[in-house]
Design a protein around this ligand. Sequence first.
Ligand SMILES: [Zn+2]
Length: 226
Amino acid sequence: MAQNRRYKQHKICFLNPVFKHMHGKDKQILAAYLPEKAVDIVSDWIKNKKIHLKIARNRKTKFGDYRPPIHHTNHRISVNYNLNPYAFLITFVHEYAHLLVFEQHKKRVLPHGREWKNTYKTLMREVLDVGIFPEDLAQVLEKSIRNSKASNVSDLDLSRVLHQYDAGETQQLRVEDLPDDTVFETQTGKQFQKGEKQRIRYKCRSLDNGQLYLFHPLTPVTLVEI
Ligand SMILES: [Zn+2]
């Protein structure tokens, strides 16, 4: 029962994302986040290793993470919900490489050391050979596995090309993008209603306590469907 409820919530979270768990059989959900040709590969990986994949809120400091089954029974990978499908896949491959390295070496090797680099290369090779990526991105990825950097965030070439594939809907909404009176949620999960502009910032009313707060126009927000 609990699984069903989670699954339903997950579908809602596509519009109004919150932390959710997902299991390997849910290919439909994967298809909403990944390039079509990658769905089978990734769902096989998830099934084989019994990974709990969490589609996470946007985190500024990372695209995803991997947690070994130390306190929990399953491997856990999280990926930010608002990445474009190519960035989502690359992030998943990065974290999945951590999983494989953990299985073989536990914590005896460096997080992005030789073992991780070789594993990442092998996995990326597999994905590149299926022809999932558009030509420009494939070229940058080929280059990056020849000289594998730890994170795709720090690889400027790669992130520039990836940004070209950001669809409008996956780009971060800011307070200034919202029409007046719109209800939105901040990254801390609090809800506000957008009010008038006062000099630079917007006066927004908290739905928790009715108080007015000033918001910088570039504050990242999520739209609340009501
Ligand atoms: Zn890493």
